[in-house]
Structures are given as structure tokens and as C-alpha cells.
Design a protein. Structure first.
Length: 257
């Protein structure tokens, strides 16, 4: 059902059962999948694709032009997957040509009120951005990561899978997967044990990750030696330890410690 006060461009592709609330604006070159519900006073700009069964609350701004000084109106996109919850005043921006041309958001994510996702970010699945969490451009967030309220993540940073970034945290370096980070400039405080247990990681896997964490961050070894030690140990049989090692080896900004 489309409310009579909504403004939907005739060249927007809207599935038949999509609900669109009062005074919402949907531009051309927008695709919205089945079962999605859009509240009042939402703006969805051109170049946006939204998947199935998403919930978009009032005053959200979806697919706006990137806040990048180099942007000159080029055609870029925002791609949002299925079953995402986008709460009040959330802002999700399109990509830039320099950053690959698209911002990509996976499935089953939860963006709480006032969260911001800037241009060229790539967000996985089951990610939570709490109230006021802010992502600069070109950020990668892997599956099941949680970004606490009023946190800010510097451009080009990566947040690993199942990592937990506490509220009021400033992230300027990569946060490794499975870890807990907090502070004015993010520091690591061990594994995200609570999150791992909630997602039913086995005790054996958690123990292996704890040992790997101690070797990397608490042994005093140079980073290269610590990673090589893990790769040559029995711990390398765990897929999670392999992912932790590879994530750190691929860093460009450096790793929070």
C-alpha cells in the first residue's frame, strides 16, 4: 500500500506488497523488494536498491549523495540486502567512483537511530550499529560485528567478524575479529567472549582463540613472529584462528592492540 501523500517516481521499481508511508519520497532508478515496509517522511534517492522484508522507519535518509568533496554528481549506487532494520534518522550514502562506485550492505543488519554509513562502506550480515554509531568512508565491517553507541570509525578501517566495539569508542586502526575494543582511541580488552558464547562457538574454539590472542597480543613477540608461531602450531587447524591471522596480515592501517 502506498499512501496518497507519498511521492514515488514512475520509474521506480516497487514490489506490489511494499508499504510506503505518508510524505515519503522515492526517486527514479530505485528498486524495492517484496515485503519491505517504509515509514513516513523517508527519502530514498536514485541509485538505491533495497531487498526484501526490510523495515525503514520515519525520517531515514537512504542513498543520499556521498559527503565527499571530490564527488561531482557521478552516478553511483547503494545496495541494501534483505531483512535489514533501519531506524529513525539513519543515513546511508551512495558510493564514489574513487571508492568503487557503491556502498554495500548485507542481510539482517540492525541500524539503530541516528547511525551513519558513509560512502563506499561494505557491511556484512547480522551487524549492529547502535544509536549514533558513525562510519566514515571505505570501511569494511565483517559479519556479526557490533558497533556501540556514539562510536566513530575512521575511514579505511576494518572491523572483524564477531568483534564488539564499545560505546564512545574512537576507532582509528583495524579491530581484529572476535575481540573486544573500547576507549577514546580503541584498545583491545581480550576476546568478545560473551558474543562468541551467544553465537554458540564451542568451548574448544573459544579456548583456541584465547590462546591465539595471548600469543599475538600478550607474548611480547614481534607481530610477524607471533603470526608465524600460530601458523606453525596446532591452533592453525581452527578456521577462526586462520581468519584472525589472515585478517591481521592483510591490514593496511595497522591493528589496534
Amino acid at each position: 500500500m502506498i499512501h496518497p501523500t507519498a511521492m514515488v517516481h514512475p520509474r521506480a521499481e516497487i514490489a506490489e506488497d511494499v508499504e510506503i508511508g505518508p510524505y515519503t519520497i522515492i526517486e527514479e532508478d530505485v528498486f524495492i523488494g517484496e515485503g519491505t515496509k517504509i515509514g513516513p517522511h523517508v527519502v530514498i534517492r536514485e541509485g538505491t536498491t533495497i531487498g526484501k522484508q526490510c523495515q525503514i522507519y520515519q525520517f531515514a535518509s537512504i542513498g543520499e549523495a556521498p559527503q565527499a568533496l571530490a564527488y561531482r554528481g557521478e552516478k553511483t549506487t547503494l545496495r541494501v540486502g534483505d531483512r535489514n532494520i533501519i531506524r529513525e534518522f539513519v543515513t546511508l550514502h551512495r558510493g564514489t567512483l574513487k571508492g568503487g562506485g557503491e556502498t554495500v550492505i548485507g542481510n539482517n543488519n540492525f541500524f539503530m537511530a541516528y547511525a551513519h554509513v558513509a560512502h563506499d562502506c561494505h557491511i556484512g550480515n547480522q551487524v549492529i550499529l547502535a544509536n549514533g554509531a558513525t562510519l566514515a568512508g571505505h570501511i569494511l565491517i565483517e559479519d556479526y560485528a557490533v558497533i556501540g553507541g556514539l562510536s566513530a570509525v575512521h575511514q579505511f578501517c576494518r572491523i572483524g567478524a564477531h568483534a564488539f566495539v564499545s560505546g564512545l569508542t574512537g576507532v582509528t586502526l583495524d579491530i581484529p575479529p572476535y575481540t573486544l575494543a573500547a576507549g577514546n582511541r580503541a584498545k583491545l580488552f581480550g576476546l568478545n567472549t560473551v558474543g562468541l558464547k551467544r553465537h554458540q562457538f564451542s568451548e574448544e574454539t573459544i579456548k583456541a582463540l584465547k590462546t591465539a590472542y595471548r600469543i599475538i597480543f600478550r607474548s611480547g613477540f614481534p607481530l610477524e613472529k607471533a603470526l608465524r608461531t600460530l601458523e606453525e602450531s596446532e591452533l592453525s587447524q581452527f578456521i577462526e584462528v586462520q581468519h584472525l591471522v589472515q585478517f591481521i596480515k592483510q591490514t593496511k592501517r595497522g591493528i589496534s592492540r
